[in-house]
Design a protein around this ligand. Structure first.
Ligand SMILES: NC(=O)c1ccc[n+]([C@@H]2O[C@H](COP(=O)([O-])OP(=O)(O)OC[C@H]3O[C@@H](n4cnc5c(N)ncnc54)[C@H](OP(=O)(O)O)[C@@H]3O)[C@@H](O)[C@H]2O)c1
Length: 282
């Protein structure tokens, strides 16, 4: 199969390259391909003529998006529209990656694919505008919403914890009142593999199973990497950020259940698998 991966040099994109190495791949990332440039995307698409486009490219720095909304909407919304139009014109299926930030996190239960979206950050709003553009411009699509992602290359919470955990110092304060589903890039690549066999239209939640607070996730990271620095729980209020973080990022995998596809791995199992894989170079 011919697969074009936008943002193929990013954290998820590199895992995609490793998982789909037996396919004919085109890594469409800066500087060679700019998803905000129609000509650049159309050129890549028409020369490569993919069967499948996996759209990972995004502006992912949540606080950076808050500080620079024009760039966030340009990449996450306009860029997604350009990719969707080009994929549609090429007759390719589009699998696009989205985020838990399309919800504000106020619900007291995991969000399903059928819940009303309500972003309250520029990152979340721009990603939601990207989802909407994909729905309009490329009918043959699946949008996978994921959350709390880590992979071999950072930046990610896991990378930050590994770095800070191996430094000497006072116990590290980690937020314990935000809850979500830590998710490995390998688990997401595995889901994409299954979607290639069994296409599912519309939106799918694709984070790992099981929930944790950031503090609980950090405790497990320290445990599996044998990091000795102390950890103490703290509140969101003690750790103010420019863009508000959702208190509840849990995603219910209702669509996966409904279509009878196997569930996502539990986050602890995915983390163990990640560590056993031993930081393989990608
Ligand atoms: N990381 C998370 O925790 C998380 C959680 C939920 C959802 N997601 C979603 O998952 C997807 C993959 O995330 P990730 O963490 O792998 O992101 P990432 O590591 O930031 O990778 C994104 C890639 O897209 C590239 N890119 C940015 N602007 C571009 C443009 N105009 N044209 C072409 N490429 C461009 C980036 O290049 P530069 O590095 O040069 O900018 C980077 O290589 C994104 O859609 C993200 O929104 C991520």
């Amino acid at each position: 199969m011919k697969i074009l991966i936008t943002g193929g040099k990013g954290m998820l994109g590199r895992t995609m390259q490793r998982h789909f190495g037996e396919h004919d791949l085109l890594v469409a990332d800066l500087p060679e391909v700019d998803i905000t440039n129609v000509l650049s995307v159309n050129n890549a698409m028409s020369h490569f003529n993919p069967d499948l486009v996996v759209h990972c490219a995004a502006m992912t720095n949540v606080d950076g998006c808050e500080a620079d909304p024009d760039s966030a909407y340009k990449i996450n919304a306009l860029g997604s529209a350009i990719v969707a139009m080009a994929a549609n014109r090429a007759g390719a299926r589009l699998i696009a990656i989205s985020t838990d930030y399309v919800f504000d996190g106020a619900a007291d239960r995991p969000y399903t694919e059928f819940d009303q979206t309500s972003p309250n950050t520029v990152y979340g709003s721009s990603k939601l505008a990207g989802e909407d553009a994909i729905r309009v411009h490329c009918p043959d699509h699946t949008i996978i919403r994921i959350a709390w992602l880590y992979g071999n290359t950072g930046p990610s919470f896991l990378h930050t914890m590994r770095k800070l955990g191996s430094e000497e110092g006072s116990p590290l304060k980690v937020v314990d009142d935000q809850i979500g589903n830590p998710t490995s890039t390998d688990a997401v690549a595995g889901l994409i593999e299954r979607l290639m066999e069994q296409p599912v239209p519309g939106v799918i939640h694709g984070s790992c199973e099981g929930t944790a607070t950031w503090f609980e996730f950090a405790k497990e990271i320290f445990e599996v990497y044998g990091l000795k620095r102390g950890l103490v729980p703290c509140s969101t209020q003690e750790f103010p950020r420019p863009a508000p973080r959702p208190a509840n990022s849990r995603l219910d995998k209702q669509v996966l259940r409904m279509v009878g596809m196997s569930s996502m791995p539990h986050w602890r199992e995915a983390l163990t698998g990640f560590v056993m894989q031993g930081g393989r170079a990608e």
